[in-house]
Design a protein around this ligand. Structure first.
Ligand SMILES: [Zn+2]
Length: 142
């Protein structure tokens, strides 16, 4: 037990020294490594040049990012990636919700601020106030 603990502490020190002054692992690097595992797996089934190329390049790009000394640039890349990932996730969440509530609600986009407005599906003309900017919208549900 004592030996294992000493070994673990030594390993942690070595790991710390290895990444000293380096960017380290962030969401983008981690997801690139996950994508590498997926493309590596797919490469066994799909004979495609793009999949093979991705399986070769993804770990290289990820490792270059992890050991990069340009922390500012890698941080900007990671923030852009996280923003794009959130936008994509939000799009799919909203699409799933629209589909689930397609018989009870209608969704509109505010012409002023592009906020998504959910309106109960009741026949007739309605005046809806955007919760974000306060603009009144006239909607017609048939
Ligand atoms: Zn609005």
């Amino acid at each position: 037990m004592q030996n294992f603990l000493q070994y673990y502490i030594k390993l942690r020190e070595k790991y710390g020294k290895l990444l000293e002054g380096r960017h380290g692992i962030d969401s983008l690097s981690r997801d690139l490594l996950i994508a590498w595992l997926v493309t590596g797996f797919l490469n066994g089934f799909i004979r495609s040049g793009i999949v093979t190329l991705a399986a070769l390049l993804l770990p290289i790009v990820s490792l270059l990012r992890i050991f990069s000394k340009n922390d500012v640039r890698r941080g900007i890349e990671n923030r852009k990636y996280l923003s794009a990932r959130k936008k994509t996730a939000d799009f799919f969440k909203l699409s799933a919700r629209k589909f689930k509530e397609r018989k009870t609600h209608k969704y509109y986009e505010c012409s002023n601020c592009s906020a998504v407005i959910r309106v109960k599906r009741e026949k007739g003309e309605h005046t809806v106030v955007c919760p974000k900017c306060g603009k009144e919208l006239h909607v017609k549900i048939r």
